[in-house]
Design a protein around this ligand. Structure first.
Ligand code: FAD
Ligand code: UQ1
Length: 414
């Protein structure tokens, strides 16, 4: 059986970042990464691909080219965790043992949780920026749109980059205006949530954006069925606690953009690492598994209350770099994750609200008011963030903007 001092499960944003950091600290061959995929995508770029502002290809790299030097890639997936024995079993039937483990399996897109959605995604009019298979279709649909309802949905589960369904809607509004067909469209944003966004200062700006664009925002609606033969989307109505009221709403669509329900991958969901909602149960500060002290989490698969974003991963990495290292030395972890996340809200083809926050409120990096849509924030999203991801985050060099934020605070006038 293979053995690694540190086994990293998942080679996405968090897994690569964690493996990079520890491959530099530990002797050659100490770090193993289990990741089944051949292609690695920069997912934050999908919003731009769906808006025709970037190609899908520009957001793709070969996974093998991203594996850090000194680390071993096992191209397979974990099927079973056995944490009391410090082993995992892969789909390929291998048993791999470890001293320490980082779980960075992200979330899975669960189109299967919406009746008819998988089939509908293969039919005209239905698309989704979340998947590399259906993201380019979104731009095609926006360019071919002739009239009727354009419907954008947000699921009744946790979802990565919770702003992304809105971004898709706003960019399409811009495209339809540029094409001179906006007056033929009824644009609907149907969300399971009570409001557009959870953070007060950005909520106001987004409500203004939606109002000015004439988007019909419908809250507490969860997409449960797509009937592609009749081009009909069925929603269940939700109450205050996001439970179904029994009420139903049907909306006919010309264009339907699905924000998919998300869950953790099955191997994690059915393991001893998760809470009752199926997310990895970690200490919100140290990011250490509550049940197994030699295991840490990074990224979207955890049950921490932050927004699930690559930006949050940067701060997770900073935290586990310290904490996992301390645990490796037989000490107790002392660093606390600050809850940071960021979601650059693309509100048109050239404006972005650079939202940065934790569950308490805004945590902005620059001395400027980031709740206003600006062109410079768009340039950051389009050109700076991809470079920061490829050269900084997944290489384990980018620890998030906390230091820059502290400098900005010095020059900020109240
Ligand atoms: P991922 O990067 O998704 O990686 C998880 C990896 O685990 C995958 O490669 C998967 O193959 C692997 N895996 C799964 N199951 C197994 C298994 N059983 N065994 C082994 N490996 C497994 N973030 C931002 O910061 N800003 C944005 O603007 C932004 N926009 C987004 C827009 C869209 C449309 C989407 C989809 C995401 C966006 N994000 C954004 C979110 C960002 O992409 C994620 O938060 C980030 O990738 C999380 O990293 P992760 O490592 O937790 O998960
Ligand atoms: C970020 O760190 C990050 O990860 C690399 C993103 O994902 C692509 C982001 O979208 C953002 C906004 C950040 C935060 C960084 C700065 C400089 C504000």
């Amino acid at each position: 059986a293979k053995h690694f001092k540190l086994l990293v499960v998942g080679g996405g944003a968090g897994g690569l970042g964690a493996a990079s950091k520890f491959a530099r600290k530990l002797p050659n061959g100490s770090v193993g990464i289990i990741e089944p995929r051949v292609d690695h995508y920069y997912q934050p770029g999908f919003t731009l691909v769906g808006g025709g502002l970037m190609t899908l290809d520009a957001n793709k790299r070969k996974q093998e080219d991203l594996i850090p030097r000194g680390a071993t890639w096992i191209q397979d997936k974990v099927e079973l965790f056995n944490p009391t024995q410090n082993t995992v079993k892969t789909k390929g039937g291998e048993e791999i043992t470890y001293d320490f483990m980082v779980i960075a399996m992200g979330v899975q897109l669960r189109y299967d949780m919406i009746k008819g959605a998988k089939e509908a995604l293969e039919t005209p009019g239905v698309c989704s920026n979340y998947s590399p298979f259906y993201v380019e279709k979104h731009y095609k649909e926006a360019m071919n749109f002739k009239g009727g309802n354009a419907v954008y949905t947000f699921p009744n589960t946790p979802i990565k980059c919770a702003g992304a369904p809105q971004k898709a809607c706003y960019i399409t509004d811009s495209i339809l205006r540029q094409r001179g067909v906006r007056d033929k469209a009824h644009m609907i944003y149907a969300t399971s949530l009570k409001r557009l966004f959870g953070i007060e200062s950005y909520l106001k700006s987004l409500e203004k954006v939606a109002r000015e664009k004439g988007i019909d925002v419908r809250t507490r609606r969860n997409l449960i069925e797509v009937d592609s033969n009749n081009r009909m989307a069925t929603f269940e109505l939700l109450d205050e606690d996001a439970k179904p009221t029994g009420g139903i709403e049907k909306i006919e669509y010309s264009l339907l953009h699905i924000g998919p329900p998300c869950s953790t991958p099955k191997a994690l969901r059915t393991s001893e690492f998760v809470d009752k909602n199926g997310f990895m149960d970690v200490d919100v500060g140290s990011l250490q598994s509550k049940n197994f002290s030699n295991v840490f989490g990074v990224g979207d698969c955890m049950n921490t209350p932050n927004a699930k974003t690559a930006a949050a991963v940067s701060s997770h990495l900073k935290t586990i770099e310290r904490n996992l290292w301390q645990v490796m030395q037989g000490k107790t972890p002392c660093m606390q994750y600050d809850g940071y996340a960021s979601c650059p809200l693309v509100v048109s083809t050239n404006r972005v609200i650079l939202a940065e926050f934790n569950s308490q409120g805004a945590m902005e990096t620059t001395p400027f008011d980031q709740s206003k849509p600006t062109y410079w924030a768009y340039l950051m999203k389009r050109y700076f963030m991809p470079a920061l991801y490829w050269n900084g985050l997944i290489k384990g060099y980018w620890n998030g903007p906390a230091t820059i934020r502290n400098c900005s605070r010095l020059v900020k006038s109240k």
